[in-house]
Design a protein around this ligand. Structure first.
Ligand code: G6P
Length: 155
């Protein structure tokens, strides 16, 4: 059982490394834009463009704040819970609904480590309104404490 767990743990990190590598590589090859399902350009798309790789203003990232809903939240939640090592190097939180009180609470939980938080936006379609709303809330929170949000986001 221990061997199985170790094998799964190794696979977990291989998948995480693989996904992060390709997301960063693809993002640096092309500016990723957030577009709604209507196909019209989003008015906020300028700040939603990122210039990867993300960087932490305080040397390294210590936690992850993911924004996604439905399958885009359940998948990462499953991987994080099922395959995480005993002492995960990064705390992972997921904003997966539009309850503002809950979102505020999750942002407050980032505490002084907001500067070392990597924000990951997960979506398949590219235009889920709930995910956009969560993203706007997180953006405002980073902006309010003077952090350069665009540098800490991967989407
Ligand atoms: O991954 P996205 O395109 O953001 O979609 C996220 C979710 O949106 C809706 O809630 C759908 O009913 C789900 O099936 C989907 O997983």
């Amino acid at each position: 059982m221990k061997e199985l767990h170790n094998a799964l743990r190794l696979q977990y990190w291989l998948v995480v490394d693989y996904v992060l590598f390709w997301r960063v590589w693809i993002s640096s090859a092309q500016q990723v834009q957030f577009k709604p399902r209507t196909g019209q350009s989003h008015p906020d798309q300028v700040w939603l463009q990122i210039k990867p790789p993300p960087t932490s203003p305080v040397d390294r990232f210590t936690q992850v704040l993911a924004v996604g809903i439905g399958g885009s939240a359940l998948g990462p939640q499953f991987v994080a819970k099922a395959l995480a090592p005993d002492n995960p190097p990064l705390e992972i939180r997921i904003i997966d609904n539009t309850d503002l009180a809950r979102i505020d609470h999750q942002i407050a939980q980032l505490g002084p480590e907001m500067a070392s938080t990597l924000v990951i936006v997960i979506l398949k379609s590219g235009g889920t309104p709930e995910t956009r709303d969560g993203l706007l809330e997180v953006h405002k929170a980073f902006h309010d404490v003077g952090l350069e949000f665009a540098k800490q986001i991967l989407h």
